[in-house]
Design a protein around this ligand. Structure first.
Ligand SMILES: [Ca+2]
Ligand SMILES: [Ca+2]
Length: 211
């Protein structure tokens, strides 16, 4: 073997070591199971719906840049963010601590999100899963996933507390006022007594806040 070939071979070994354990965001598929458009009712206090109560589950397989599964990623290293914060805005309690996977990844690099809640205020029309800061991407085009999960919360101004400002905002979208999708907590295209009941349950004082 020539010196050049040996050098190239050692470079490949080093590159292999360097890529081991580094998440490949485009090589780590996420399977969504649920309705075509899901509706998740969330609250900063964390007493909104679980993902399974909203009818959906996300199943993760996390691989490294060499295509090998990454085990033992802590559940708390998974979270969800707003796909499109330009139109609507979701506010997360303590950022990445606002949501988590059900468990650490297993030996196949797999875990799910189904039992947890999203502890957040504001409003969103889609969610992107994040693992250790990497936005996971749909192959082969490698654009971040944006799952059609509508997030509705009684914290209408997104300051992470349900108070009189939110009551005023909710009153401003309750009939006969104009429809506002962020006040439609069950995403059934109307704001009615069911939505009011949900608002009332989460309304302060003492207020529902991040824990
Ligand atoms: Ca608020
Ligand atoms: Ca409604």
């Amino acid at each position: 073997m020539s010196k050049v070939v040996l050098f190239a071979a050692s470079l490949l070994v080093v590159a292999g070591i360097a890529s081991a354990g580094i998440i490949d965001p485009c090589g780590s598929p996420v399977d969504y199971t649920g309705p075509v458009i899901a509706c998740l009712f969330a609250c900063p206090q964390g007493d909104g719906q679980t993902y399974s109560e909203a009818g959906f589950t996300l199943a993760f397989t996390v691989n490294d840049l060499g295509g090998n599964p990454i085990p033992d990623i802590p559940a708390s290293d998974f979270w969800l963010i707003d796909c499109d914060p330009t139109e609507l805005e979701l506010t997360l309690c303590a950022g990445s601590a606002s949501s988590a996977a059900d468990s650490a990844t297993n030996s196949a690099g797999q875990t799910t999100m189904s039992n947890g809640t999203l502890n957040a205020g504001g409003c969103a029309d889609g969610l992107t899963p994040v693992v250790q800061g990497f936005l996971l991407e749909l192959a082969p085009q490698c654009d971040p996933y944006c799952f059609d999960i509508r997030v509705r919360t009684p914290d209408l101004d997104g300051n992470l507390e349900i108070n009189l400002v939110d009551l005023a905002n909710f009153s401003a979208c309750f009939p006969p006022q104009l429809y506002d999708k962020c006040c439609d907590f069950d995403c059934n295209a109307t704001v009615n007594l069911q939505d009011l009941a949900r608002f009332a349950f989460h309304f302060g004082p003492p207020g529902h806040k991040c824990q």
